[in-house]
Design a binder for this molecule. Structure first.
Ligand code: ADP
Ligand code: MG
Ligand code: MG
Length: 870
């Protein structure tokens, strides 16, 4: 039986074999086979690495013989011999897993040198070069294979440089390098009790084993955990003939991207160093030159021309931007690596669109090339990458974007200062609906408590404002009007900077970069719109948000939360009157004040959404959220209503609930006080009639929240339909409208067939549906959910990524049962999940008609919906 194949020559592999050969090996093979100048070599497979670990850390049978065969092939191609005193062959041993793990595993250069072969190498070129290679080998080998502290070697190098009064490694003469080699050998002897192995085959075997072992070093494991890379893939090992960038002034080493990875500009971008080897470019010992300067260097100018041609060819071949590593030896170019280049959001969009225009990729591929998270970067200001700000602490990255402002603790004060032209950041222990106007006025929000779906997080995302929440290191002292973060005291009025994309809280003003909505972005999203099947709507509460949402491509509003209007300006007083009212008469009087204001808002939203549906939810939150809490506020309310403050106070106490989320809220409010729903219906239909008369195409959809039984919906629907009938009769015209419900209780999902008798549409309110299905409080889960996610008990925060198994199953049931009763029932989702790419994919698969997301997440939802359809 033939032995298992553990080794592939570069010329026998190809780019499709990433699983077996690793990314680096597969691409070295591919480059070899398209005829690019790649030093010859072979790849030891990932299977060999896995077999090595399975066999209790020993090389699998047949491997070493195959390595020797591979080595013989390199020798033939190079006309050199491994271990020979005359024209010695040197090789590199390079790690390379399926997914690139930059810098996580180990590579060793110049294997094959010893006290004898080094003289052979010196005879070919010069002594300085040969001993430079040798000292590098001992250094790398000692560090990677023998686990000797790398600083010991650096110290020796520094001593030599100091003694000679030179600054750079390459200024060290042969004499010193030779002495350094002896000193390095001595360090190895002292630190390990063994001599540096002078048999090149021993070196090679030990290096291959060390690369296998590096798959399981701490750094590599952490990297895989952070990037969701499985731990059982193993790494391949590439053994490749050395070429030398450190042989003289006509030698160089460098890295390049075929296009600019931060802007996407179509031009070779990178850095190089002459007379250097391997890691020197990234190690920062010398400052590398921008790659275009190669053109002006007579020694490497011709190789630069060739590099540009090869870069083009590789792009054509791989049909994507490439990240290259190369070396020039005596003016001749060698390619050492190519892989798909990492890029920023801006570059991803530009490159994808440009490549379609160049005929390199299809529109569908372009749409698939841009990650939704990359779009997210584009739609918010970001911290200037060159910043020098100090990070004081990290909280949860609740709403992306960066902002700088003065610390303010109170919503009213935030508003006042903002109106005076200050940039402020609202800092609270946590926020409540009462802080809404302060959040609106602030540049960003910071809270000490709360999770990713706390009030602050949800509202900030909705506003497209940066927010960092649940920053446990933050102590908020309202009395002293200051915050303390890890010992740093920041009084009110001082500047801080937040990065809502990373959760960082920084001291002072850190420069930020404004987002640019590129022409290319519009093009790409246009292609996404052609592909996607799901509609995309926005969650918007004000005419301004609605206009923004349209601008970002929303095809309607999936959720307009009427209560947010209640907090604007003086309206809160009328709202409070409504709540305090003891008789229906009193309540109607207060509602009469609110009606024209709501009517005006709805009119603005309808105008902004001309021709598109607008889903308006009737009042949802527990009433106590609107009530005054401090004595001063209570007194003020009592004064305006001319009643006894004690009455107000007792009302506040009476409305307090043990568990408001499951209390008197949602449709339960409109059922016990139908006049509230009636007022809202009047405002909606009044506004609809008004703007329809202006020629606007109005499509209201009235949505009743928190329904658990069809009877609840029937009762609310009766109110809405009656108001419509009356108002249409009065106006002598009518407006087409729909009445539907949110599905946000498990019971509603299970009884969807019954509920559909009364509902023309369902909108899955997945924030509450997640909360009620998992029995997990949105506002309290911040205390333990991060632990769950960190320890892998939950794969994701279910408030961010829809729980497909549980909540998703209820959605599937509701879709099926709802359609059974009413085949043309409209189905959408309006929870925070509407803007999460993986949840959008689920909605596509579940056959929903649309998703609704915060305005700033509308472009992400458009892209994600297209990707789900491909
Ligand atoms: P990493 O995965 O950390 O980038 P590599 O295996 O790509 O490690 O090696 C790092 C660098 O070492 C390469 O970019 C190249 O400059 C140098 N190098 C590796 N193999 C060779 C070789 N055969 N000849 C010359 N330089 C090499
Ligand atoms: Mg590399
Ligand atoms: Mg809800």
């Amino acid at each position: 039986m033939a032995a298992h194949r553990w080794v592939y020559l570069f010329r026998d592999g190809n780019a499709q074999q990433r699983d077996l050969l690793g990314g680096k090996g597969a691409n070295l093979a591919e480059m070899t086979n398209v005829g690019l100048p790649v030093p010859p070599g072979f790849t030891v497979t990932t299977e060999a690495c896995n077999a090595y670990f399975e066999d209790g850390a020993s090389l699998p049978e047949g491997l070493w013989e195959q390595v020797l065969d591979g080595l013989a092939d390199i020798e033939r191609q190079m006309g050199r011999t491994f271990g020979s005193p005359d024209r010695p062959l040197l090789v590199s041993v390079r790690s390379g897993a399926k997914f690139s793990m930059p810098g996580m595993m180990d590579t060793i250069l110049n294997l094959g040198l010893n006290d004898v072969t080094v003289r052979g190498l010196a005879a070919e070129a010069d002594e300085r070069f040969a001993y430079d290679c040798y000292r590098r080998l001992i250094q790398m080998f000692a560090k990677v294979v023998l686990d000797v502290n790398a600083d010991l070697f650096e110290d020796v190098i520094d001593e030599h440089k100091r003694a000679l009064g030179v600054r750079n490694d390459f200024e060290l003469p042969a004499h010193d390098l030779r002495r350094m080699v002896a000193e390095f050998q001595e360090i190895v002897r002292r630190e390990t009790g063994q001599d540096f192995p002078d048999d090149p085959h021993d070196q090679l075997r030990a290096a291959i084993i060390a690369v296998f072992e590096s798959w399981n070093n701490r750094r590599a494991i952490d990297y895989r955990n952070a990037n969701n890379i499985p731990h059982n893939l193993g790494t391949a090992v590439n053994v490749q003939a050395m070429v030398y960038g450190n042989m003289g002034p006509d030698c160089a080493t460098g890295v390049a991207f075929t296009r600019n990875p931060s802007t996407g500009e179509k031009r070779l971008f990178g850095e190089y160093l002459t007379n250097a080897q391997g890691e020197d470019v990234v190690a920062g010992v010398r400052t590398p030159q921008p790659i275009e300067q190669m053109a002006d260097d007579p020694h490497v100018g011709p190789a630069y021309q060739q590099l540009q041609e090869i870069a083009q060819r590789l792009e054509q071949h791989y049909r994507d931007m490439q990240d290259l590593e190369f070396t020039i030896q005596n003016g001749k170019l060698y390619m050492l690596q190519t892989r798909t280049g990492k890029r920023t959001g801006a570059a991803a969009v530009k490159i994808a669109v440009d490549m379609v225009k160049e005929g390199l990729i299809s529109k569908e591929e372009a749409v698939q090339r841009v990650l939704p998270s990359q779009l997210d970067q584009l739609l918010h200001p970001t911290i200037d990458p060159g910043h020098t700000g100090e990070v004081l602490a990290n909280g949860l990255p609740a709403s992306p974007g960066a902002a700088t402002g003065q610390v303010v603790f109170d919503a009213d004060e935030a508003k006042a200062l903002a109106e005076d032209g200050h940039d402020v950041i609202l800092v609270r222990l946590e926020t409540s609906p009462e802080d809404f106007h302060g959040m609106l006025a602030a540049r960003a929000v910071l809270t000490a408590r709360g999770g990713m779906t706390s009030h602050a997080a949800v509202v900030a995302r909705g506003m497209g404002k940066p927010a960092v929440v649940g920053c446990t290191a933050l102590q908020v002292d309202y009395d002293r009007q200051q915050i303390t973060i890890n010992g740093t005291v920041i009084p009110k009025g001082d500047y801080i900077t937040l990065d809502g994309s990373t959760g960082a809280v920084m001291l002072g003003k850190v420069p930020t970069i404004e987002p640019q909505v590129h022409g290319d972005l519009a093009t790409l999203l246009g292609w996404a719109d052609e592909i996607r099947k799901l509609g995309v709507r926005a969650n918007a509460d004000t005419p301004e948000d609605a206009a923004k949402a349209r601008e970002l491509g929303a095809q309607g509003i999936g959720l307009c939360r009427t209560e947010h209007m209640f907090f604007q300006g003086d309206r809160i007083w009328a709202v409070r009157e409504m709540i305090i009212a003891t008789t229906e008469e009193e309540r109607r009087a207060a509602l009469a004040k609110l009606e024209p204001m709501q009517r005006e808002d709805f009119a603005g939203i309808f105008r902004a959404m001309d021709g598109f549906p607008v889903t308006i939810r009737t009042l949802d939150p527990p009433l106590h959220e609107f009530l005054p809490h401090t004595d001063a506020e209570i007194e003020e309310l009592a004064r305006t209503m001319s009643i006894d403050p004690e009455i107000v106070k007792s009302k506040v106490v009476a409305l307090r609930e043990a568990n408001p989320m499951l209390g008197h809220r949602g449709c339960r409010l409109g059922i016990t006080a139908p006049e509230i729903t009636e007022m809202q219906a009047r405002a909606i239909f009044g506004a609809a009639l008004d703007v329809a008369a202006e020629g606007v195409d109005v499509r209201p959809e009235i949505m009743i929240p928190l329904v658990g039984d069809v009877e609840e919906l029937r009762l609310q629907r009766e109110v809405v339909d009656r108001v419509a009938r009356e108002m249409f009769a009065e106006a002598g015209r009518s407006i087409p409208y729909l009445v539907g419900t949110m599905i946000e209780l498990p019971r509603a999902a299970l009884l969807a067939d019954k509920i559909a008798e009364q509902a023309e549409f369902f909108s899955f309110g997945t924030n509450d549906l997640t909360q009620t299905t998992l029995g997990l409080s949105r506002d309290d889960s911040g205390r333990f959910l991060p632990y769950y996610v960190e320890h892998g008990i939950f794969k994701h925060d279910p408030f961010q990524v829809l729980d497909r198994e549980g909540v998703g199953e209820l959605i599937r049931i509701a879709v099926e049962r709802g359609r059974k009763t009413r085949p043309d029932i409209k189905l959408g989702i309006c929870g925070e999940h509407g803007g999460d790419p993986s949840s959008v994919e689920f909605c596509h698969q579940a056959g929903l008609d649309y998703v609704s997301a915060s305005p700033f997440r509308v472009p992400i939802a458009r892209l994600a919906a297209a990707q789900a359809a491909l």
